[in-house]
Design a protein around this ligand. Structure first.
Ligand code: IDP
Ligand code: MG
Length: 155
């Protein structure tokens, strides 16, 4: 199992609803490692870069209006299969369909205001990490309790 990095955002609705701590706790409790974190204001230009695959879709203007409407918290999360582990923890796009126990399933009912973004593949993660973070902002470190969170052959 490869260690991966994934780009996570607490979206504007998550910041406004004071869910930053809850979402960070869910990630930490799962055992994944936070290796970068900052609050920032997404601009229309940044939104178009991030959501390049959606720019031509009918919902894009609403999505851009939403993502620039308040600050976001951007994070890089690292760990074994971090991309798919985070997508499972996050749940389906539409909060009304997301399974209970997932972040979107537990805290929301919206398709657009779904609190959290997580990269959908390793390739997307690398692209998105490059959009939000400089190399000097990434702090990879050894966890003192690392050997108690995953067996050696799983890392
Ligand atoms: P994902 O965040 O689960 O990967 P995507 O399909 O990549 O979902 O869509 C990106 C974001 O765009 C969603 O998280 C949601 O905020 C918004 N979105 C997706 N589909 C719709 C839609 O049909 N109407 C409005 N907003 C949407
Ligand atoms: Mg997506």
């Amino acid at each position: 199992m490869a260690s991966e990095r994934t780009l996570i955002l607490v979206k504007p609705d998550g910041v406004q609803r004071k869910l930053i701590g809850t979402i960070v706790s869910r990630i930490e409790n799962k055992g994944l490692n936070l290796i970068a974190m900052k609050m920032l204001q997404v601009t229309p230009e940044l939104s178009k870069q991030h959501y390049a695959e959606h720019v031509e879709k009918t919902f894009y203007p609403d999505l851009e209006g939403f993502i620039v409407s308040a600050p976001v918290v951007a994070m890089i999360v690292e760990g074994p299969e971090a991309v798919s582990v985070m997508r499972t923890l996050i749940g389906s796009t539409n909060g009304r369909e997301a399974a209970p126990g997932t972040i979107r399933g537990d805290y929301g009912t919206s398709r657009q205001m779904n609190m959290i973004h997580g990269s959908d593949s390793v390739e997307s993660a690398n692209r998105e990490i490059g959009i939000y973070f400089k190399d000097t902002e990434i702090c990879s470190y050894d966890l003192a309790l690392g050997s108690w969170t995953c067996a050696r052959d799983e890392l």
